[in-house]
Write a protein that binds this ligand. Structure first.
Ligand code: NAD
Length: 471
């Protein structure tokens, strides 16, 4: 018997009139303390796990339709990613949620039992980007559930199949008074932002982050921002060109380069260019023996608008295409493409490509590479470098970024228990692992003063007699 594919749910904008009541329910449920018990949170996490397990085929098909993602890639970066995070969080939640007693409390203050309670921030709005439509919304949701928040999730309308499947999963698996998906684009998100939130978790572009931050500032709502790339890679004269080529190609072909942490421009020692280009061609042939276009493992650009944006970037560049370069709008296909550019003002360097375009900019030495990388973007989301030990250390010491992978492209971002986030204009706040719990948690400092301590406490009450001042 062959398993039949469940019907793909349709993407429908949430009616504008439903948005305020949905948010009100979420808030009322939080204020009724429904999400406080740990048993409830763990049950919701387990249900979310099973929602993924039971709907693998639907999730895979949605990612295929939206982004041409391969089955393996979807399993790796969406399904198993979210399932593992659910299990890990449920297993560790009792430890995270426990009160903490700081070890450095002065002796005389210990009698009042100073401790930190881990309290949910409240009602969370989670806004996601299109490129990893499940992990970028469900990752924060796992943190929100664990912390005891209620949440409204707004997936990206640019991945409509995934957004519709996510809505179906959440509605079927989770308590609908606590966790809801609202679908839509700018009008719906604007309506959501007009509601009262206790925290907003936004993943997306810098430009939209400014709109969100302005709105959040009006109500002093805390904000987590997971923003965009323009991440430098550096290849020194001591790097292994084959290793650098294979690893950087992987980082630009996963999800067809639509990855916030993938490298934008590679600053490469001039002497390494011929070997690196040769190894890139070899790696490309190795990854996709029948060409990227014919490979079931290579994805597509999400939509025509993004395809056009990438094409324009390439057209505006004064660089020379040295690897790849083919594209087909009808199929939303862009070949992994290496372009040799000569100055940091090139459109491929200044703008985030968020696609499979790989500018390389030859430099004289590591000092110049670091200088140009810092000039291009001094607080990117990630930094990548290939070279010897001292060179890698120099890169870490003389640059800033949200995270960094030495001798690799963005591998740090795949470690489930390592906090992930940006710095400066690439974002604020972090999640994954324990950080996902922390980002939705308020650390509430509490003391309880026993009645019997009144004798000692008496010193604080006026009148401040000389006798008291001498104590
Ligand atoms: P986007 O900013 O266009 O959209 C993200 C979300 O914001 C969507 O849900 C969208 O509906 C909403 N939105 C768009 N315009 C809005 C407006 N005017 N007002 C209110 N809401 C609005 O981003 P995208 O195109 O989906 O994703 C690409 C960007 O996201 C890239 O810059 C990429 O680097 C970044 N990104 C960052 C991370 C990270 O973890 N740091 C992850 C993925 C993507």
């Amino acid at each position: 018997m062959t398993a039949t594919m469940p019907e793909m749910p349709a993407f429908e904008h949430t009616p504008m009139d439903d948005i305020a009541p949905t948010c009100a329910t979420s808030r009322a449920t939080f204020l009724a303390h429904k999400t406080r018990p740990l048993a409830f949170r763990m049950q919701q996490l387990r249900r979310l796990y099973w929602a993924f397990k039971d709907n693998e085929a639907l999730i895979t098909e949605a990612c295929r339709r939206d982004l041409g993602k391969s089955t393996f890639e979807t399993y790796l970066v969406e399904i198993s990613w979210c399932m593992n995070d659910c299990v890990w969080m449920a297993n560790n939640l009792p430890r995270f949620a426990k009160d903490e007693t700081p070890s450095d409390i002065p002796f005389t203050n210990k009698f009042v039992g100073p401790r930190i309670r881990k309290e949910p921030l409240g009602t969370a709005l989670i806004i996601g980007a299109y490129n990893f439509p499940f992990q970028l919304t469900v990752g924060p949701l796992i943190g929100a559930i664990a912390a005891g928040c209620t949440a409204v999730i707004k997936p990206s309308e640019s991945a409509p199949h995934a957004a519709a499947v996510l809505q179906k999963l959440v509605a079927a698996a989770l308590d609908p008074t606590c966790y809801t998906v609202v679908q839509g684009a700018i009008p719906e998100t604007t309506a959501l932002l007009a509601q009262k939130w206790d925290t907003i978790f936004y993943t997306g572009s810098e430009a939209v982050a400014r709109i969100i931050a302005k709105k959040a500032a009006e109500t002093l709502t805390p904000l987590t921002l997971e923003l965009g790339g323009r991440n430098p890679a550096i290849i020194t004269k001591h790097a292994d060109p084959k290793l650098a080529a294979r690893r950087l190609l992987w980082a630009k072909t996963l999800n067809a380069g639509q990855v916030c942490v993938s490298q934008n421009c590679t600053f490469i020692d001039r002497t390494m260019v011929p070997a690196f280009v040769r190894e890139m061609k070899a790696a490309l042939a190795d990854f996709y023996p029948d060409g990227a276009r014919n490979s079931p493992d290579y994805g597509r650009i999400v939509n025509r608008k993004q395809f056009q944006r990438l094409k324009k970037m390439l057209d505006a560049s004064s660089g020379t295409i040295v690897v790849g370069g083919t594209m087909d709008e009808a199929d939303l296909f862009i070949e992994p493409t290496v372009v040799q550019v000569s100055d940091i003002g090139d459109s491929l360097v200044t703008d985030e490509s968020f696609g499979p375009l790989m500018p390389i900019l030859p430099v004289s030495d590591l000092d110049e590479a670091i200088k140009l990388a810092n000039e291009t973007h001094d607080t990117p989301l990630g930094t990548y470098a290939f070279g010897n030990k001292q060179e890698l250390q120099q890169v870490l010491d003389q640059t800033r970024s949200g995270g960094a992978s030495m001798n690799d492209g963005f591998f740090h971002a795949s470690i489930p228990t390592l906090a992930f986030g940006g710095v400066g204009s690439s974002g604020q706040g972090a999640y994954r692992g324990k950080a996902s719990f922390d980002v939705f948690t308020h650390r509430r400092s509490v003391t309880t003063t026993p009645a019997w301590l009144e004798g000692l406490m008496d010193v604080r009450y006026p009148p401040y007699t000389l006798k008291k001042q001498k104590k």
